[in-house]
Design a protein around this ligand. Structure first.
Ligand code: SAM
Length: 268
């Protein structure tokens, strides 16, 4: 059986579209096969008649890959300190963990990471979670009923209103088809003035060695090859988008499992 990161979002989405005789192709980003119209346009315009089909194909593919995500095979499982950079950011950037906070987490799957980050303090917070996978959302609702789950996409979440103290988006911006610019703009819309935006880019995996024993490796897979620079390049693109959108960049921390980029929405 393929290990989770070998499951290719394009292959799964295309098989799903073919099974339904739908005339679309997913090529890293969904494209309309008949007129080769750019997927980003097709996917981002809510009016586009094919949008529900595109979202359903994304849901299907991400649910296959991440619906039953096993954190025991995740790089964080051998790096329990992965949270340290976040705690450093919260304390030095004056995000008071002991006060009620309104938090939105994009691509947080079934919500386990929110439990890991906030522990018992989460009782103080209102936490909304958005993920494209309906399977991850169903799992989250069953396992973490104190969080509010919605299926949706990080690029555009009109069902959320703009009053969050903290926006979290961990290890999702490097996902297939993700639109970094739209995602950063949406994070800006969702935050209160002075609110913090924390994004991270995965920088490694646990991969089986020749004997099948999981070992940590650095980089991100690109065309089945590990590219050690890719996480830094993606993090740099995210920083550029944040600056252009109006965020004040506060921190860039390279941790054992991901690179964190933290910005603040300035006061007017
Ligand atoms: C690599 S997992 C990361 C999960 C968790 N944040 C973590 O770091 O362990 C990526 C998650 O993002 C979701 N996802 C991918 N693209 C998305 C999008 N455009 N909008 C919302 N969620 C997305 C996937 O379904 C999956 O649950």
């Amino acid at each position: 059986m393929a290990i989770w990161y070998e499951k290719n979002i394009s292959d799964i989405a295309n098989a799903h579209l073919r099974d339904q005789d739908l005339p679309y192709t997913y090529t890293g980003a969904l494209t309309l096969e008949q007129n080769a119209e750019n997927w980003q346009k097709f996917f981002m315009e809510d009016e586009a008649p094919a949008l529900p089909t595109a979202i359903a194909a994304m849901d299907f593919a991400f649910s296959q890959k991440y619906g039953g995500y096993d954190y025991a095979r995740d790089l964080r499982s051998v790096n329990p300190d992965w949270i340290k950079p976040l705690n450093m950011a919260f304390s030095s950037l004056d995000f008071p963990l002991d006060k009620p906070q309104k938090i939105v987490a994009m691509g947080a799957n079934s919500g386990q990471e929110l439990d890991d980050i906030f522990g018992l303090q989460q009782a103080n917070y209102k936490i909304d979670i958005v993920d494209i996978s309906s399977v991850a959302i169903a799992k989250g609702k069953a396992e973490n009923p104190s969080f509010n789950f919605r299926q949706g996409r990080m690029e555009k979440a009109p069902f959320l209103t703009k009053n969050y103290d903290l926006y979290l988006n961990l290890r999702t911006i490097q996902s297939s088809g993700a639109d970094k610019v739209a995602t950063v703009r949406e994070s800006y819309r969702l935050l209160k003035e002075n609110g913090l935006c924390v994004m991270s880019v995965a920088n490694g995996y646990l991969m089986p060695d020749k004997k099948g024993v999981l070992q940590p490796v650095r980089g991100l897979l690109d065309n089945k090859k590990l590219d050690e620079d890719l996480p830094y390049n993606i993090a740099s693109d995210v920083e550029t988008s944040m600056r252009k959108t109006g965020f004040a960049l506060e921190m860039h921390i390279s941790g054992p499992t991901e690179i964190f980029v933290v910005g603040r929405k300035p006061k007017k």
